[in-house]
Design a protein around this ligand. Structure first.
Ligand code: ADP
Ligand code: ZN
Length: 761
């Protein structure tokens, strides 16, 4: 021993003492499961599995009587104070989430009051969970043959093949075959036909390959306003701190251009950027705009096949995508060195998930940016009042784009009062004379039109003139919509349908009347007014097939379609220079919903629809049909005046004590048995009161309800709800958490907790 010490001192510092060779330290793993459980459970790790266990992997372990699959969120050596069961098996060879995503998901489970395991389950796509292992995939690509290389008389293609080819040609460098199939909703035989006729060739590229570099499109020279915004972003893009921005930019002001220039800065530092957009805006056009500027773009949307999603997830995790674009759940994309998060159209309700975990993609994005100490840009022409409030308090830095690019004017919006001539229409008709006149005029001048009506089907109400009864769903407290093409009465919530009958089901005396307007009916009316025009309907009835959405937009872009009539799908994000007329058929449809955001939503929708117009050379014209021309949501949208609208609306919210001035948690309770719903709802309200009273220090709280939910019955469940409001988010959470812990549902009742609810029905 003495000799050894001597030798050590010859070589400088002594080595640390060698580890005790005998017993390896016992190992414990904390697991969370896909259940609404608050805390992780600790298990012991048998020595044989000690080498496999790691944070972020899934592990099978006994939970109650049965083995279940949990996520490992911590590994430690201190023994817990209680005896624990051993784990059974480690599922994943590599962790599926890193430490950062664990932090983010833990925050989510606390903030959204749900299980950490439930969040993790939702964060990692099923395909990734199932195929955590596998050889690096090789992807089949299709490259279109340049037109110059085709024979003078190329072989004939079927119309479907031509359509698909046309889409492929938008990416001269080629597309992954699976992406093309998904985008066009076609079978591989269509593609094979194109290849055998020489219009494209198949190549295999390892997934690792970045989209082959075509010359990168040069950016537009920025407008002075865009440059100003970019220079204010610059220090954060090159710095290392969390910095949230709210970009208020009128429609067509070039927000996307600003995002891309900002992304270039972080990509230049070897970092990645994440761009969240509403699902509806994930069009080939969006993809193409980014693909023109960046060598590797990964798009995550809901139409991807499981294996495709897994491939892209892996590409992102390997840091091979400079830009990740996706809808809500892409906020969890595992980019290893993220430098910027952008949330476009940040006000969109679709960023909020309506099932557990009920998270808001925008808010999670901001939290992720804060954990990573990077900038986040939220952009919109009509910001949510929540974000606006944050900007007003200085939590977010506000940036403005007040003008459209190239000094294009914002479209003139004409508000038509449908209560009086000349706009008044007889019952059952949708289009006023001035709107029809404008349509004819626009088409004659070679323009295109977008018409918006947020209701699909033919007639939303089937009413008996004798007894006044309305046809309602057997399972929901909602009226049935008549769909003429399918000849059914359908519930838009649960899908229940029945054949229509002329006789009133209640009194059996009279013939029912079909009331109200749906897109199907307006389509008919349009065809009568515009014989010869090509009119396409775009709603979830006509756009059921994957790819049909992209196809319709493509046809519209190529001016094969003159009039696009549709629901929300036509309202948002579209950028078509040929559109010279936008018509809103019923501006009031959502104005009187029992929802404190009814005005805000109406204002946003009208502003967005109007913004689809006049994006080309010719100025646009917008016509809004309404029964409430004086309402702020209508009148101020017509003037594109977000500032005035937000001022008035904020005053209202503050007076009424609604968000963003107060934070809100909505508790929804449902049960098959009405009494069970009532009982549990009142017990839960009692538990909230008790939790509030025993809390120290005292903070204000307001409890509204329990009450029958605006939609009293859904999917054959009776529904009650309860709103808890407080200006103090922490107090609000602790009251709800205590009530949840002390008052478990019983008697068949179920509970859903919705923090920062978006849907009030
Ligand atoms: P927004 O997202 O604010 O509605 P976009 O980014 O879609 O606006 O821009 C609207 C249109 O203006 C697009 O066709 C875009 O290519 C074009 N554009 C954006 N910035 C510029 C610029 N600096 N110069 C010329 N055109 C621009
Ligand atoms: Zn129903």
């Amino acid at each position: 021993m003495a000799r050894m010490a001597e030798t050590q001192s010859l070589f400088g510092d002594p080595d640390p003492p060698p580890p005790p060779p005998a017993e390896p330290a016992a190992l414990y793993a904390d697991l969370v499961f896909d259940r609404p459980l608050e805390v992780p459970y600790t298990y012991s790790v048998p020595a044989s599995l000690a080498g496999d266990v790691a944070v972020g992997k899934r592990i099978i372990a006994p939970l109650g009587a049965k083995p279940d699959r949990g996520w490992c969120v911590a590994v430690r050596t201190e023994a817990p104070d209680r005896p624990c069961k051993p784990i059974i098996r480690v599922l994943d060879p590599e962790p599926l989430v890193d430490g950062h995503l664990l932090d983010l998901t833990r925050w989510m489970s606390r903030y959204y009051l749900c299980g950490w395991g439930q969040v993790l389950q939702a964060v990692v796509p099923a395909g990734v969970r199932r195929k955590a292992e596998g050889p690096p995939p090789r992807a089949s690509w299709l490259v279109p043959t340049p037109t110059d290389d085709l024979p003078a008389e190329p072989p004939k293609l079927t119309p479907r093949q031509s359509e698909v080819l046309e889409h492929l040609r938008m990416s001269p460098a080629g597309m992954e075959t699976s992406a093309l199939l998904a985008a066009m909703g076609c079978s591989s035989s269509v593609v094979d036909g194109i290849v055998t006729r020489g219009f494209a060739r198949k190549v295999v590229r390892p997934e690792a390959a970045e989209s082959p570099s075509s010359p990168m499109a040069r950016a537009h020279p920025l407008t002075p306003e865009q440059s100003e915004v970019l220079s204010r972003l610059e220090p954060s893009l090159t710095g290392d701190d969390f910095a949230p921005f709210l970009l208020l930019g009128v429609t067509g002001s070039g927000k996307t251009e600003v995002y891309m220039s900002a992304i270039e800065k972080v990509v230049a530092r070897g970092r990645q950027a994440l761009v969240l957009v509403p699902e509806i805006s994930l069009t080939p056009q969006t993809e193409a705009r980014f693909a023109e500027r960046f060598t590797s773009v990964a798009v995550l949307h809901s139409h991807l096949s499981e294996s495709e999603r897994q491939n892209r997830w892996r590409k992102v995790a390997a840091g091979r995508a400079q830009v990740v674009i996706g809808a809500r759940s892409a906020v969890f994309a595992p980019a290893p060195n993220l430098g910027l998060i952008v949330v476009d159209e940040e006000h969109e309700p679709s960023f909020k998930q309506e099932s557990t975990p009920r998270y808001h993609g925008r808010d999670v994005a901001v939290m992720r940016a804060s954990l990573l100490r990077i900038p986040a840009i939220l952009g919109s022409a009509t910001p949510s009042l929540e974000s606006w409030f944050n900007a007003a308090r200085g939590v977010y830095t506000r940036l403005d784009l007040t003008r459209r690019v190239e000094d294009r004017p914002l479209p003139r919006v004409e508000v038509l009062d449908m209560r009086h001539p000349p706009a008044r229409v007889p019952p059952g008709r949708a289009l006023s004379d001035p709107l029809v006149h404008a349509l004819k005029h626009a088409l004659r001048a070679g323009g295109q039109a977008i018409l918006f009506l947020n209701r699909r089907g033919y007639s939303p109400f089937v009413v008996c003139p004798g007894c006044g009864e309305t046809a309602t769903c057997r399972f929901c407290d909602l009226s049935l919509t008549f769909h003429r093409e399918r000849n059914i009465l359908m519930c838009h919530h649960c899908g229940f349908h029945q054949p229509p009958s002329d006789e009133c089901p209640a009194c059996r005396k009279t013939t029912v009347r079909y009331q109200g307007l749906g897109t199907e009916k307006v389509h008919e009316e349009l065809q009568r007014h515009l014989p010869g025009a090509v009119i396409r309907r775009m709603d979830s009835d006509t756009m059921g097939k994957p790819g049909s959405h992209a196809q319709t937009l493509e046809a519209f872009r190529n001016r094969l379609v003159q009039v696009l009539l549709g629901t929300q799908m036509v309202a948002k994000g579209l950028d078509f220079p040929g559109v010279t007329l936008v018509g809103v058929i019923q501006a009031d449809a959502a104005l009187h919903m029992p929802d404190f955001r009814a005005s805000e939503r109406t204002f946003q929708l009208l502003t967005q629809v109007a913004g689809r117009c006049g994006r080309g050379e010719s100025p646009g014209r917008v016509i809004v049909q309404t029964l409430n021309p004086e309402h702020d949501a209508v009148a101020l949208a017509a003037r594109h005046d977000f500032l005035a609208f937000s001022r008035g609306e904020m005053e209202q919210r503050e007076m009424l004590g609604y968000p963003p001035f107060q934070r809100m948690i909505r508790i929804i309770i449902r049960a098959r048995d009405e009494k069970a719903a009532d009982d549990y709802a009142s017990r839960f309200a009692g538990a909230c009161r008790l939790a509030h009273e025993s809390a120290e220090p005292k903070r204000p709280i307001k409890l509204l309800g329990p009450a029958v939910a605006p939609v009293a019955r859904l999917n054959d469940y009776h529904r009650r709800h309860l709103l808890i409001l407080s200006p103090d988010s922490r107090h609000l959470h602790s009251v709800a958490r205590a009530a949840l812990a002390s008052c478990r549902p019983d008697g068949g009742a179920e509970i859903a907790v919705d923090v920062d609810p978006g849907n009030m029905l």
